[in-house]
Write a protein that binds this ligand. Structure first.
Ligand SMILES: [Zn+2]
Ligand SMILES: [Zn+2]
Length: 395
């Protein structure tokens, strides 16, 4: 059996214990003080070469291979919980009211500590360096990744790997990999329409902000069908429209809030340009002033194809072809792990781990108060990330 998987199985009980402890003490973005302290304590215990603090709660553990100089690989996990009230009856359920590890970041931290322990033990087998990146505040814009990159502490990393658990009905432990577009970008659009109020019976003397807002909504909805390549996807939905006060008063203001998600930077840019164009057009025909504020969120995640090939060949050789599968469709959510590639210019791969669910409970989605995982999956998650690092460092 693959040496890493063997090690992962042998430390599994400890990894489960760490995961349950973190799960019962969730901490939201940038407040991961307890989690951060546990990470540092464990990294110290496992004997990493260096422990860095790129942000107040972020941690980087550095492990140097003893076979000599070589490349540097960054393995990243996120650490934060969500403002969700846990509804499971698990014995290790959240002890904090209104907070829960509903996105599996507790699993990510536990697995990453497992990776640290395995890699410390396997130091003699590889060249170069592994940086284990524990990123705070992935769930809250602007995300923790940017701050870690800005710290300069990952400047020397040649390739980044990230892993996210995914609740599934079966397939527990399967690694899902994809080349190219893997997760969407996510931006917010705030539009304010300023019209001119008037009596409901004399619309010709007013500039109706609500009518303009409705036109904006319809035109924004046409971006996907008329401006984007039919083989590409741009999700643009207006999810808030607020305006007006009374049946006989024409509204002078109306606000819209929308979200845009795209799988490529090109599609995202087309959509953003079209939003500006549509706002100018509606401004002209409605007589209203339209102010749009597009707040850029996370970039789209584009997995480096060459890196996917390197690690899948390595998995096949070390663990067999069944260890992973091709992910047919990209993930519908967004992940700030994308910045480790777009902001550094280095190749990166985000993989997904089919993580089942607790038997007897329904399969639920990430961020749900009933989200559970089968902890068995963590063995394979550790094997995937540590072997990905070795695939680069053993070359
Ligand atoms: Zn999440
Ligand atoms: Zn997440």
């Amino acid at each position: 059996m693959n040496k890493v998987l063997n090690e992962a199985i042998s430390i599994f009980d400890d990894v489960v214990e760490i995961r349950r402890d973190i799960h019962s003490h969730p901490e939201q973005g940038n407040k991961e003080f307890r989690t951060s302290a546990i990470i540092k304590e464990k990294l110290n215990e496992y004997g990493v070469d260096e422990i860095l603090s790129p942000t107040e709660t972020g941690v980087i553990g550095v492990i140097k291979g003893k076979k000599g100089e070589g490349k540097t690989v960054g393995l990243r996990c996120d650490m934060d919980a969500l403002p969700v009230e846990e509804e499971t009856n698990l014995p290790f359920k959240s002890q904090v009211k209104g907070e829960m590890h509903a996105c599996g970041h507790d699993m990510h931290v536990a697995m990453m500590l497992g990776n640290a322990r395995i890699l410390c033990k396997m130091r003699d087998n590889f060249t170069g360096t592994v940086k284990l990146i524990f990123e705070p505040s992935e769930e809250i814009q602007p995300g923790g990744a940017r701050k870690i990159i800005d710290s300069g502490m990952v400047d020397d990393v040649d390739a980044f790997f990230g892993l996210h658990v995914n609740p599934t009905k079966n397939d527990v432990g399967k690694i899902c990999l994809r080349k190219g577009s893997t997760a969407t970008s996510a931006d917010e659009v705030y539009i304010k329409v300023h019209g001119k109020s008037g009596h409901g019976s004399t619309p010709h003397k007013a500039n109706d902000a609500i009518l303009a807002a409705c036109q904006l909504n319809v035109l924004l909805g046409q971006i996907q069908s008329r401006n984007i390549d039919p083989l590409e996807t741009c999700i643009l939905t207006v999810n808030v429209i607020e305006g007006g006060i009374k049946s006989n008063v024409i509204a002078d203001t109306c606000n819209l809030i929308a979200t845009i998600r795209a799988y490529t930077q090109e599609t995202r840019e087309i959509a953003i340009q079209k939003i500006h164009d549509i706002c100018r057009g509606v401004e002209k025909i409605s007589g209203c002033k339209v102010e749009e504020d597009i707040r850029l969120g996370y970039d789209a995640m584009i997995n480096d194809s060459r890196l996917v090939e390197i690690i899948s060949d390595y998995y096949k050789k070390e663990l067999g072809g069944d260890f992973y599968k091709k992910m047919e469709e990209p993930f519908g959510g967004s992940e700030d792990f994308s910045f480790f590639s777009t902001k550094t210019g280095k190749p990166a791969v985000l993989m997904f781990l089919s993580a089942g669910h607790v038997k007897g409970m329904p399969v639920s989605t990430l961020h749900s108060p009933n989200c559970t995982f089968d902890e068995e999956a963590m063995k394979y998650g550790m094997a995937a990330m540590t072997n990905a690092a070795l695939a680069i460092l053993e070359k």
